[in-house]
Ligand binder design. Structure first.
Ligand code: FES
Ligand code: FES
Length: 160
């Protein structure tokens, strides 16, 4: 096992992380960069809790070696919104009580942002399909679908 320094952009800021060649991006983000908005669930690509955006694509970071992030733009939930200025998707999830424990929430929010960038007005089938890689143990998904529909509305409204 060898180690290397990997540099990439994380939520708009340059970062350098010393990683081993077997380290995954989720571990580098959490352990080297102090990011809590990627969560470790299954570690095998099933649950989506570790989702981040890498070069504008949603990626399950437990399946990506950290070294492959070199030179990339990585965005996690921390780069999306804040308590004072939540992203419209976060507002919609709060309005519809679309989460309970919140473990799945970062992945759900990022996958929703990615979906709405591709399909601004998705139907229910498209929403369920887009979120099929993000598992939620708590909500039963009904309110998540409503939240995504609401987020689509909010994103169409002019910014205030
Ligand atoms: S921890 Fe990556 S998909 Fe579950
Ligand atoms: S809110 Fe608990 S896993 Fe989704």
């Amino acid at each position: 096992m060898s180690s290397e320094d990997v540099t990439f952009t994380l939520n708009g800021k340059p970062v350098r992380a010393a990683v081993n060649d077997v380290d995954t991006l989720v571990d580098a983000l959490r352990q080297n960069c102090g990011v809590a908005g990627v969560r470790v669930g299954c570690r095998n690509g099933d649950c989506g809790s570790c989702t981040a955006m890498v070069d504008d694509e949603c990626v399950k970071t437990c399946l990506m070696l950290a070294g492959r992030a070199r030179g990339s733009e990585v965005v996690t939930l921390e780069g999306i919104g804040s308590l004072d200025h939540p992203h419209p998707v976060q507002i919609a999830f709060m309005e519809h009580y679309a989460f309970q424990c919140g473990f799945c929430l970062p992945g759900m929010v990022l996958s929703t942002i990615s979906l709405l960038a591709r399909i601004p007005h998705p139907d229910e089938t498209e929403i369920r399909d887009a979120l099929s890689g993000n598992l939620c143990r708590c909500t039963g998904y009904e309110n998540i679908v409503k939240a995504v529909q609401r987020a689509a509305q909010l994103l169409q409204q002019p910014a205030r």
